[in-house]
Design a protein around this ligand. Structure first.
Ligand SMILES: [Zn+2]
Length: 512
């Protein structure tokens, strides 16, 4: 038995003016063939695939196809789309005869002229491998799932969690489903339902033990454990996607039982629809949030800056919150992070200990951010390389390029960690790579709307979700979208809505 595994991972934010190119994928780390199994056996979904497949009694041969990852950012160029398609199809051609294909996708990748990248590519892959081969793909909870994706794949297996702490496990679930097809003869039928709602990420927290998102996660996990059900998921889509048919999606895949799939799918979609108001967060304006952090006293206050979240595809060089931090005389370090290759080069040229005047930020995001004039001391020059675990990742190597710490502010406690490339600007691993310990800080700005909670809840005295200017605003429906299909909540009030799931399957129903 030979099983091909691969990955295409990027989350697009169409508000971000920076295009995603082939170079962004190559910089993050393209791998081909046996390199995938050799290097990623313990990392993210691919690690979940590899560990699971290795444990099958059938001992399948794991055939590495290609791994194509890029950090969340603006839309890919049309050339990049063509290159991604060619890479995937060439990898399949190189692999020779396979018995199945298992892919780790994000599901919200948009390219110029290609609003549904994963739908187009899964369709191309299905055409390449033919109608007989099982094809299973995993997706992020923020995927924009489309009928084309559901039609091409036998099953789409979604993360159940946000913060995404089940990335590896989702890989294992994908492999398990594939085994039920290959070994047990399962014949997947998927009920697919778009729900005309798009939610801010802040309240989509499945991990707090209370609230709608947690309840839905529990329901999906329980459903997936039900006999006859192969997978169940809810994608509360990445909101900053100006593409046709943007919507949240419920997917339920059963073994040959279309009625069971449709019933469960409609039931969950109805809950999501009827309780949609519960997803609306209350955010604290950033100036007030910084003041509250200053007045808090002992312990770490973490400010979630969802609006410039690099995990949401924002450019990561918004400066409004940093400007606010500089107004206070902090008793302990005040930590923030930002992308600026130009300033890193300037600080490197000035050298360790130098006092430098810089224009910080407002270069990548010229729409919502403006440069901040700042005088500071070069406190550290380093390579922003580390291994990320927690939200988004298990054992994921990250390289944000050359980086620097600029120390500034009234009491010289503000430390801005400046990286050459985008990346997880929320991560404690980034601050620790910079020699800064989050536990000892008074305040830390995490560029993340929700995922940061997974790593900071255990160590923060207080967490505040802030609103500030940026490409990933929480109140996105107040911004101009041109391509989304209306009506869509919360852009529009919709008087009545009824689920009517579409069914997808390559197989005829099981004989009665
Ligand atoms: Zn996500």
């Amino acid at each position: 038995m030979r099983i091909g595994i691969g990955q295409l991972w990027q989350e697009t934010n169409t508000f971000n003016p920076l295009p995603t190119t082939r170079a962004d994928f190559e910089e993050f780390g393209v791998l081909r063939g046996a390199e995938i199994v050799a290097q990623l056996a313990h990392t993210n979904e691919l690690g979940g695939f590899i560990q699971s497949l290795s444990a099958w009694p059938e001992q399948p041969e794991i055939v590495g196809l290609v791994r194509l990852p890029a950090w969340p950012s603006g839309p890919a160029t049309a050339d990049t789309f063509a290159w991604l398609r060619d890479e995937l199809l060439a990898a399949l051609a190189r692999a020779g005869q396979l018995d199945a294909v298992l892919l780790a996708l994000h599901g919200a990748l948009v390219a110029d002229e290609h609003p549904d990248v994963e739908g187009e590519l899964l369709t191309a892959i299905r055409q390449s491998i033919g109608d007989q081969l099982p094809l299973v793909a995993t997706l992020d909870l923020h995927a924009h799932v489309t009928p084309a994706m559901a039609r091409a794949a036998d099953a789409l297996v979604l993360f159940h969690t946000a913060p995404h702490v089940d990335v590896f496990e989702t890989g294992q679930r994908g492999a398990k489903l594939l085994r039920r097809m290959l070994v047990d003869g399962a014949r997947p039928v998927t009920a697919f339902q778009h729900v005309p709602v798009v939610f801010p990420a802040e309240r989509a927290n499945t991990e707090r033990g209370a609230g709608l998102s947690w309840e839905l996660k529990q329901a999906l996990i329980a459903l997936e454990a039900t006999p006859g059900v192969l997978s169940a998921g809810l994608a509360t889509v990445q909101p900053w996607l100006d593409v046709p048919d943007l919507a949240s999606t419920v997917l339920v895949t059963t073994d040959g039982d279309a009625r069971l799939a449709a019933e469960h799918c409609a039931r969950i979609a109805e809950v999501v629809w009827s309780r949609r108001e519960e997803y609306l967060p209350t955010l604290v304006p950033y100036d007030q949030a910084v003041r509250e952090a200053f007045e808090h006293g002992p312990g770490l206050v973490v400010l979630g800056d969802g609006c410039d979240a690099t995990t949401s595809g924002a450019p990561g060089d918004a400066t409004a919150i940093i400007a606010e931090l500089l107004k206070y005389d902090w008793p302990r370090p005040a930590l923030a992070a930002l992308v600026s290759p130009e300033v890193v080069r300037q600080l490197e040229a000035a050298g360790f200990g130098a006092t430098v005047d810089v224009q910080l930020g407002g270069v990548r995001d010229t729409r919502f951010s403006k440069p901040l004039a700042l005088r500071g001391t070069v406190e550290k020059l380093f390579d922003a390389r580390f291994v990320l675990s927690g939200h988004l990742a298990r054992n994921l190597p990250i390289d944000m390029g050359r980086a620097a710490v600029l120390r500034s502010g009234a009491g010289r406690q503000v430390r801005v960690v400046i990286t050459s490339r985008s990346g997880p600007h929320f991560a404690p691993e980034l601050f620790r790579a910079a020699g800064l310990e989050p536990r000892e800080a008074a305040v830390l700005v995490a560029k993340s709307p929700c995922g940061f909670r997974a790593v900071y809840e255990p160590i923060a005295a207080r967490i505040i979700h802030t609103s500030a200017p940026g490409c990933a605003p929480s109140d996105f429906w107040r911004y101009p979208y041109e391509r989304i299909t209306r009506p869509l909540w919360p852009w529009d009030e919709i008087a009545a809505w009824q689920p009517a799931p579409q069914l997808f399957s390559r197989f005829p129903p099981h004989p009665a």
